[in-house]
Design a protein around this ligand. Structure first.
Ligand code: RM4
Ligand code: MN
Length: 408
């Protein structure tokens, strides 16, 4: 059993980023069920995100999605976030909600459309500059529905060309996170369908291009922790989009569908010593990297949530999600490393598996409650939030205007 103080210190350092879009209305293509008190703009989303940080103490940043979070002055948004104790995190581009993108964005056969998409990606880097954010996260809905619809490899060339321009535009401390997704909205080919494709593009670009693993973007049964281990090994894991799924890209609360998978993923992260907060200055990571890895790309994993709360109240759902990640992480930290290593080296399959499972089966809730109290927080963040009256306050105050949603 590991030293509990060390475990608690590691958990204190482990930060989780919240998605602005989790606070807006969302639904499926069948129906969006609006909720009262939903934010009307990015400022109010930041207010809600700040609540999650207030009660968990480990969620000090909010990712934004452009144009959903478009504001006149991103510097002012950053100041507003700061005044509420958080910061603007990853900037997500959106080249999937414009009529022009029916056949793709940066992979579109028409160079005019490609130029338009590229201009948006570059605008996102301008926003990063203004808001002081480190990461640009790219997800492309690009793909085809029918064999023969477009040339698979020509589309890869178009993608590579656009990515190279964006990569060149990044500032010294900025990074590009390239997300993959197996299918949807395209059903025959997707231009970035898997971690291999993403990694190949990242490797061609340079050390500031990294793969992001959205846990909902794989075929059922995929061994995600294996992918995570591979990406950590080559120092190309830029971050996670955490959520959980039963069938496809369900975007449910992380740890809800398969907490054991989340634990297995966090085990790989813990083993790679990659829990520490994403450093706003990755160059420092290179310099301070132990193991003489100064020439390797910086290893700063962004632990982001990418979820929608279609039927449950959004702020407590985000709090719950942060807690789920913490619980999996605490278990991953609690593995008896000596016993595990010994069993592995002795080829003792059952003892190794037992060491792995013992940690998973530990009830870490008391440990986390204790940690929160040490951090000056309430032991039960959901309860504390519900008792605070904030939920009622926003219902009363946020009248008029248009509740935020997925409309561009
Ligand atoms: C996509 C992808 C992106 C997220 C959008 C909302 O499926 O996961 O990360 O920005 O959804
Ligand atoms: Mn995602």
């Amino acid at each position: 059993m590991r030293d509990l103080t060390a475990v608690k210190n590691a958990l204190r350092q482990h930060q989780i980023e919240l998605p602005s879009w989790a606070f807006g209305n969302s639904g499926t293509r069948f129906k969006v069920f609006g909720q009262p008190g939903v934010p009307r703009d990015a400022y109010e989303k930041a207010d809600d995100a700040a609540q999650v940080h207030k009660y968990t103490g480990v969620a000090p940043s909010m990712a934004v999605h452009i144009p959903w979070d478009k504001v006149d002055d991103y510097g002012a948004l950053a100041v507003h976030a700061k005044n509420n104790g958080i910061r603007v995190g990853t900037v997500n581009s959106n080249v999937f909600q414009d009529d022009d993108y029916k056949l793709g964005s940066v992979c579109h056969p028409d160079p005019k459309i490609r130029r338009k998409a590229l201009a948006h990606l570059l605008e996102c880097v301008d926003i990063m500059d203004a808001a002081g954010s480190r990461d640009l996260k790219l997800w492309f809905a690009d793909g085809t529905n029918y064999p023969g619809q477009d040339d698979i490899s020509a589309r890869q060339e178009r993608l590579a060309e656009a990515l190279a321009v964006v990569y060149e535009r990044l500032g010294r401390d900025q990074r590009m996170l390239l997300e993959y997704k197996l299918f949807e909205p395209s059903f025959y080919t997707t231009d970035v369908p898997d971690w291999g494709t993403s990694l190949l593009h990242c490797q061609a670009l340079g050390p500031k291009a990294l793969v992001v693993v959205d846990t909902g973007h794989h075929a059922p049964g995929t061994n995600i922790e294996f992918i995570v281990a591979q990406l950590l090994r080559v120092r190309r894991l830029g971050g996670f989009d955490f959520n959980s799924r039963f069938y496809a890209d369900d975007d449910l609360m992380v740890g809800a569908a398969d907490p054991f998978q989340l634990y297995r993923i966090m085990r790989e992260v813990v083993k790679a010593d990659a829990l520490a907060p994403a450093d706003p200055d990755p160059i420092d990571d290179v310099i301070t990297a132990s193991s003489g890895a100064a020439a390797s790309p910086p290893l700063a994993v962004a632990f982001m949530l990418d979820q929608c709360h279609n039927i449950e109240p959004k702020i407590p759902a985000q709090i719950r999600s942060v807690m789920n990640v913490q619980e999996a992480t605490a278990k991953a930290l609690l593995v008896d490393e000596d016993a595990l290593r010994e069993a592995q080296l002795a080829g003792d399959v059952l003892a190794a598996n037992a060491a792995f499972m013992d940690a998973y089966n530990t009830d870490v809730r008391p440990l986390l409650a204790e940690l929160r109290e040490e951090m000056g927080l309430a032991p039960d963040p959901v309860r504390a939030y519900l008792d605070s009256g904030y939920g009622q306050k926003i219902i009363t105050e946020r009248t008029g205007g248009t509740p935020a949603g997925w409309g561009a």
